[in-house]
Design a protein. Structure first.
Lengths: 424, 119
């Protein structure tokens, strides 16, 4: 098929869209109508999945629903907090996706109606689909910490969705006097980016050590151990001695309530005050997943590990941070790996083929300092209950400085690669 | 020169000098075959594409400062031999020795062939 005739075919079927097509049936697909896929959410998972479907089967019409004009990545945003990177380098647009023939709808998706096979937008518009991919990321459970709210996050930034919150937290760090205390409150599992809070502590320490060396960082944790713990603790001892204190859940680190005006938190350890208070709240799958009925009691989306089709909503696949995919962590690489699997499964299922057993993989780099990279890697395959780890591991505890520097360089190469795949 | 000596020393580049250290005899016999033996089940194209996509996150054309060498268009036998060497502990590395343990010979060969065909 030539480029022109393909476009003509697309226009033809786009015209047919105007006619209400409640629940297009398999016979209609067999008769040659172009299958329609709607992707909800334009983060790493959603953007990558939309592009891969177009590449695998250019006849499929792909719509991406995303409320924001640009996407600001969480990966690398801790470098912004350290003053070591402009936030603009984390901002990406959807122009490349539009050029590839993906229809980008700038709107808030209210819910996916799996029965009617349509994504319902906040203004009531319905986008019909043959299969949908939900990639809504996370939302915050503001009610889980007494005294915390969306408004309170202007005083106690979460900075756990990058953008204005990242800039706000950076400004607060810049304004803090030498000798101040930065409190980072970390939720219990599961949450987006398990090693992220400790990378954040590291890179804020990197900034403070150079500019405000009498300052302290206090991590109040809702759990008793964390990702790459030994590696982080060794890096802290070597690079920022006596600057970072970590209080585990058992030692009273879990935050039960906060006073945003006073910048204090109640814990079993006592009342803790920060001159800067970064409260990373407990999380749930993105609001649209909850509204669609795609979430379980825990607030996350259970999925089939072969196709990433929702176990609750037939015809709807869920990928990324919103899923129950443990032992895969909630990371950009995991979301991208799941996007590959879901995109191929969607195409296979639309074309009447059986998706084969996949292999999934994750790599998460963390920067304990700009020149000190550490990583966790894992390879996964479907098991009887869900995903199973084939193998996993973290960077060597004893390693040469040049290996740490190499992993820091890889972190940047990875970021270039993963954002290119999703957005460039 | 773009590639620093430290990086070459780490042998993570899958570079020709590192590969030259691996005589053919050191690699597992079947890994040298151009195609999988007939009794071996074919690796699904889905698995090959997704795994190649994972490799290219770090080993894409946008690799900078010499870190994580680009793999597209490279000799597939060289890629497969290097991954097997990482996996089997014959090659020092930072992250590849861990990742390589998740993949069998047939998958490594199929993914290497796919990467070699990637423009």
């Amino acid at each position: 098929m030539t480029q022109i005739s393909r476009r003509r075919a697309l226009q033809f079927s786009a015209g047919a869209l105007a006619v209400p097509l409640a629940g297009i049936s398999a016979p209609a697909l067999a008769a040659g109508a172009a299958p329609r896929v709607v992707v909800v959410g334009g983060g790493f998972g959603g953007a990558t999945a939309a592009r891969l479907i177009r590449r695998l089967d250019p006849a499929i019409r792909v719509t991406l629903v995303e409320r924001a004009r640009t996407y600001t990545t969480c990966p690398m945003s801790n470098l912004v907090l350290a003053g070591a990177r402009p936030l603009e380098e984390n901002v990406f647009t959807y122009k490349a996706l539009e050029k590839e023939g993906i229809k980008v709808v700038r709107a808030e998706a209210a819910a996916v109606d799996a029965g009617a096979r349509a994504v319902v937008l906040a203004d009531g518009t319905k986008l019909p689909f043959d299969r949908a991919i939900l990639a809504p990321g996370i939302d915050f459970r503001y009610d889980a910490v007494q005294g915390f709210s969306e408004a309170a996050a202007e005083r106690m930034p979460h900075a756990w969705k990058a953008g204005a919150q990242t800039t706000l937290l950076r400004r607060q760090l810049e304004a803090m006097d030498d000798g101040g205390t930065v409190v980072i409150s970390v939720p219990g599992n599961p949450y987006r980016c398990p090693p992220g809070p400790y990378e954040r502590a590291s890179l804020i320490a990197h900034y403070l050590a150079a500019r405000k060396p009498r300052s302290k960082i206090l991590i109040l944790d809702g759990k008793d151990n964390f990702s790459k713990q030994t590696l982080f603790e060794n890096a802290w001892a070597a690079r920022y001695p006596n600057m970072i204190q970590w209080i585990s859940k058992t030692d009273g680190g879990a935050v039960t309530s906060v006073d945003p005006k006073a910048l204090t938190a109640e814990t079993d350890f006592g009342t803790m005050r920060g001159d800067v208070f970064n409260l990373i709240p407990p999380q749930t799958a993105g609001r649209v997943a909850v509204a669609s009925g795609a979430t379980d009691k825990g607030g996350w989306c259970p999925v089939d590990p072969v196709t990433f089709e929702s176990r609750l909503l037939p015809g709807v696949h869920v990928i990324g941070d919103a899923t129950v995919a443990a032992p895969m962590p909630k990371s950009a690489t995991a979301a991208t790996s799941q996007a590959h699997i879901a995109a191929q499964a969607v195409v296979d299922l639309l074309r009447g083929r059986t998706p084969p057993t996949p292999i999934l993989a994750n790599t998460c780099y963390s920067l304990a300092a700009p020149d000190y990279g550490i990583s966790v890697t894992g390879v996964y395959a479907p098991g009887a209950e869900g995903l199973k780890e084939t193998t996993s591991g973290v960077s060597a505890v004893q390693a040469r400085d040049e290996d740490r520097a190499l992993e820091a360089a890889y972190c940047h190469t990875w970021f270039a690669g993963i954002t290119k795949l999703a957005f460039a | 020169m773009r590639i620093g000596p430290a990086i070459l020393m780490s042998a993570l580049l899958l570079a020709a000098p590192a590969l030259a250290d691996q005589p053919p005899a050191a690699a597992p016999g079947p890994a040298q075959a151009a195609v999988a033996p007939p009794e071996a089940p074919a690796v699904p194209e889905t698995v090959v594409r997704a795994t190649a996509g994972y490799c290219l996150l770090c080993h894409g054309p946008s690799g900078r400062d010499g870190a994580a060498s680009p793999l597209a268009g490279r000799d597939p036998a060289a890629i497969a031999a290097a991954v097997a060497a990482f996996r089997d502990g014959r090659q020092h590395g930072t992250i590849m020795p861990r990742i390589a343990k998740g993949f069998d010979d047939a998958t490594i060969r199929a993914v290497a062939a796919h990467l070699a065909r990637t423009p």
